[in-house]
Design a protein around this ligand. Structure first.
Ligand code: F6R
Length: 242
């Protein structure tokens, strides 16, 4: 696990840009595992700016998103479909059919999870981008999730619902379920890049890096992966021993 501590969110995002760009430039057919939430917004902005400036192509890049809420349509501005189109896909020459996000508005969730799991197995990610939940979750794999978990529908914890309420008009609108890749799917990636900034992430960061490897902090399992980059700002890193 390589740990980088940057001064602030902008520098942290620049470091992540370097890592993502290296993959895209060296392998124009790479598969990227993507996350949503506040954490990667700046990185996506930098990727778009860099794409416009340097014109390298995303035409044959594939993407596999980590998760999607259950019960909201892809056109809903709080859906992760909407988020990805707004922040990234609509600005690149990426082919829509090469982008993958779970369908959270399906009638048969078993079939959808099976379909998405198969895609995830067919296209192992060259790089998996992750944010970190305040409670140590990765994807929507909440504390207590088995490290062998694969794609499935999960109940979101109260902590996650509260943390994500800021994206919705009212807390009652936050879905209480999501489809997520499992921890086993995440660990299939060749390289994992986890970003975390802000004081609210500091406890989870400490548990991930210095706590025991346990399902109590899902992100702690990343310590068993051979190729992980953790990029933090000073606030997120401030409880670490060294
Ligand atoms: C999002 C995801 C989540 C977030 C995490 C942090 O696709 O899988 O694990 O990365 O909840 O969210 P933010 O970045 O909003 O603090």
């Amino acid at each position: 696990m390589k740990i980088y501590i940057e001064e602030n969110k902008d520098l942290l995002s620049l470091k992540a840009l370097e890592l993502v760009k290296e993959v895209v430039v060296n392998n124009p057919q790479a598969t990227l595992g993507l996350a949503t939430g506040s954490t990667p917004v700046k990185l996506y902005q930098l990727l778009v700016e860099d794409y416009k400036k340097n014109k390298y192509s995303y035409h044959s890049i594939k993407t596999i998103n980590l998760d999607e809420y259950v019960g909201i349509d892809s056109s809903n501005h709080c859906s992760y479909h909407y988020y990805m189109n707004t922040h990234l896909f609509s600005h690149l020459d990426i082919q829509k059919e090469n982008t993958n996000i779970p369908n959270g508005n399906t009638v048969d969730f078993l079939v959808e999870c099976e379909r998405y799991n198969t895609i995830s197995n067919l296209y192992p990610r060259d790089l998996q981008l992750l944010g970190l939940g305040n409670n140590g979750h990765i994807g929507f794999n909440e504390p207590g999730t088995s490290f062998d978990s694969v794609t499935r529908v999960v109940d979101l914890t109260e902590a996650t619902i509260n943390a994500n309420a800021r994206f919705f008009n009212a807390i009652e609108e936050v879905p209480n379920k999501a489809i997520t890749l499992g921890i086993k799917n995440i660990l299939n990636a060749k390289t994992i890049v986890l970003l975390a900034y802000g004081k609210q992430k500091a406890k989870a960061v400490k548990a991930m890096i210095e706590g025991e490897i346990s399902t109590g902090c899902p992100a702690s399992i990343l310590r068993t992966h051979p190729n992980v980059f953790i990029i933090l700002d000073r606030d997120a890193a401030h409880l670490l021993n060294s």
